[in-house]
Design a binder for this molecule. Sequence first.
Ligand SMILES: NC(=O)C1=CN([C@@H]2O[C@H](COP(=O)(O)OP(=O)(O)OC[C@H]3O[C@@H](n4cnc5c(N)ncnc54)[C@H](O)[C@@H]3O)[C@@H](O)[C@H]2O)C=CC1
Ligand SMILES: O=C(O)C(=O)COP(=O)(O)O
Length: 528
Amino acid sequence: MAPRVLISDKLSDAAVQIFKDRGVDVDFRPELGKDKDKLAEIIGDYDGLAIRSATKVTPKILEKATRLKVIGRAGIGVDNVDIPAASAKGVIVMNTPFGNSITTAEHAIAMMFALARQIPQADASTQAGKWEKNRFMGVELTAKTLGIIGCGNIGAIVAERGIGLKMKVIAFDPFLSPERALTIGVEKVELDDLLARADVITLHTPLTEKTKNVLSAEALAKTRKGVRIINCARGGLVDEVALRAALDSGHVAGAAFDVFGVEPAEENPLFGHPNVVCTPHLGAATTEAQENVALQVAEQMSDYLLNGAISNAVNFPSITAEEAPKLKPFIALAEKLGSFAGQLTDSDIQTVRITYEGAVADQKIKALTSAAIAGLLRPALADVNVVSAPSIAKERGIVVEETTRAAEGDYDSLITLSITSDKYERAVSGTVFADGQPRIVDIKGIKVDAEFAPSMIYITNEDKPGFIGRFASLLGDAGINIATFALGRDRQGGDAIALVEVDGPLPAEVLEKVTALPHVKQAKPLTF
Ligand SMILES: NC(=O)C1=CN([C@@H]2O[C@H](COP(=O)(O)OP(=O)(O)OC[C@H]3O[C@@H](n4cnc5c(N)ncnc54)[C@H](O)[C@@H]3O)[C@@H](O)[C@H]2O)C=CC1
Ligand SMILES: O=C(O)C(=O)COP(=O)(O)O
């Protein structure tokens, strides 16, 4: 059955066409972004949800999204999606981090000119027939200092444009490396330095706990008199009430805002001030940017839904379309090794250590680790997948460690999963053979060679004569056919293990009889 995608925001038609061309069923219902009740009512029918900023993906919506696998944000900011809730539900959230960045940077530059020359005010006055030639005295931007808060994708483009306008560009961004600052041509400074020096301040950070109110009343007080402030990033970065006061006092000469604390902004402390210019979140609103983000999000979502390729996910590592088929058998192996350990564990897991040896160490091990943890937790928690597994493990205080190393033994690639609980430590290793089938090759240091099958019995016993015959007769008498039989032992007469594949389920009374056989220490049913 073809996957189904709902577009609940105003995306370019280009997205609809891509989904259709890729064989994905698509419903284009842009009105639903504003109708959360209707969205909640129908979201259960979809595998994918494509959005911009109007759709709010809340835990309530996610609760109803029983089939949902991916949310695609045609744009950058994903603050309208509850990411932890999506991850906990195993839903991938992806965005299009570059598609609208030039357009948004251009909007910030347009805002800078609008402020410098009061273009909106002069336009309104001229069209009102006033010809107020003496009222609108502007400032020249050449040689002025442009202070950029947040010098990522958009900030860097703004910097480049600012340098082109012969401005001196300084940037505050704790994550900007000195090398990158040099490449962009900006001077990296501390926030207080930026506040003290900038003639124009423009914000380009996401809204986080750290950036919220980065321009607070206190910060605004440190700015130069006559400073102009532009926000085309997110509402909440600037204290709007404090800014209004600074505009009223004349300390701040002008402010241009595209984003607001509350959107849609029908009222706002900045509204009505003569030196304020506002646009209704138009940063990304150009034909070019909207085509870019729509095409990209539709491609990314189709790739994931059809081939398992993941790009630009904010809650999962990327897996390219080339990597996906190579990774798939190792994802299956990691998940099954996790499942093996999980099915044998009845106490609190404290630590999970996963070692990747040989060729597999060069694969996307974050994805493999997530798969292993999903397998490990699934026997205890039905609703866990590779996306939700890491956050669930973290929530439960399970420490996850990964190690990679060169191949040391007989296998090109080997994954070993060790778990430590309050009672014991358990280790299991597996590989993928040339046929693409995952196999279990080592349990607790004892070599075996077994495939994972839907119905299996795992037995630990003393290596004594007679066990195999008695076990086979017992199953035969119960009418249970043995499909495959894998044995291993640490030494002659020592600890032995058997992994036995049977046709059909194993009745509890048969398992009890197996457990009661001489020399058997434990017998556990396993399903994969
Ligand atoms: N108005 C609009 O329509 C649009 C707004 N945006 C918004 O623009 C913002 C920036 O987008 P991008 O440049 O693509 O993001 P980005 O992730 O490339 O850059 C953000 C930068 O902020 C920096 N940063 C993070 N915490 C910081 C802190 N505490 N202080 C200073 N810098 C900090 C990061 O190191 C990074 O370099 C986002 O919030 C995005 O949602 C994006 C597109 C359109
Ligand atoms: O991409 C972003 O972060 C934006 O803010 C653009 O929002 P929009 O898609 O225009 O609603």
